[in-house]
Design a protein around this ligand. Sequence first.
Ligand code: SF4
Ligand code: SF4
Length: 370
Amino acid sequence: MHGTNALAEADRLMTVCNSCRYCEGLCAVFPAMEMRRVFADGDLNYLANLCHGCGACYYDCQFSPPHEFDVNVPKNLAQVRADSYAAYAWPRAFAGLFARNGLAIAIVAAASVAVFIAGFVAWHGASVLFAAHSGPGAFYRLMPHGAMALLFAAALVYAIIAMLMSVRLFWRDIGDPPCTGIDRSSLWQAIRDAGALRYLDGGGLGCHNDDERPIDRRKLYHHLTFYGFGLCFAATTVATLYHYLVGREAPYPWYDLPVVLGTLGGLGLVVGPAGLLAAKWRRDPALQDAPRFGMDVAFIVMLLMTSLTGLALLILRATPAMGLLLALHLGVVFALFITMPYGKFMHGIYRFAALVRYALERRGAPSGGT
Ligand code: SF4
Ligand code: SF4
């Protein structure tokens, strides 16, 4: 018995694939599948998060529709993957709320922006919100740095705790107990595989998206998104160090490190998510997990909104538009933080955990439960 219909279908497909094994050179999913004879829910969630959705095994498969075996591994594993975000969500009470999280993200984002605008006005009055401010400390004339830092630190700490609890549940379900038996070589192998998106290339020919031709650029867009996010995080970290270690207040001149990192990261976070959105719209419907389309799109739009509002704030920070843009940007970032543990962002975390598990299995570490 499986927890959902998607998991039951994944069990059926993996059993068919385990007899066939034609696709074993395409990615990590098939070699990991071959190490198993039976598929518990944890195994299927592991395989689903190991899958990068490159589509190759659908177009290569002699049993894909209209064949009566109806084998569509990318679509089914996308369904199982999306369900896994809710299945391991912490606290459990929020799992249902974010199961169809497009709407939830939109509501949280709109509410966060409204709260920041109202907060700015309540603090100083509308005249300060719509005035031009410049020079060091300009942002903090709208909201004191201490209040801003407290709010975001609380949201970030909550998100980190929720994600750690979720990945702990995931790791327990897919194999070994937390933090047992992870050797450095396996961890390093997983970091390299994740950093290079090794399995998003359809076995070397390229990712499939629109049709059977492997010419997709999703790998490039994923890289731009991932490294853009990393650079923006680095920019915020450097700015925090400036503030607390050397007493330098934002905003900083264009040539300063936080601005350079933030601008490069912001550009990556515009081109990457925009490319991913376009690819989503072009994706072959046969590969689409239609009911979860809103979840994917909501997260990508949030990333895009984060970078667009950040770049607009950078360009217009010395004008009267700064107050509203700052409220908009902070509201979007706040919403991004508190929704991260309940949606598509977890796909990066679970995928990394699955890659660690795969590296361990390849090195002959004892398998948990199968
Ligand atoms: S996807 Fe099709 S061709 Fe590939 S292993 Fe499974 S059954 Fe065989
Ligand atoms: S879609 Fe790509 S990554 Fe996923 S199982 Fe098929 S070949 Fe592997």
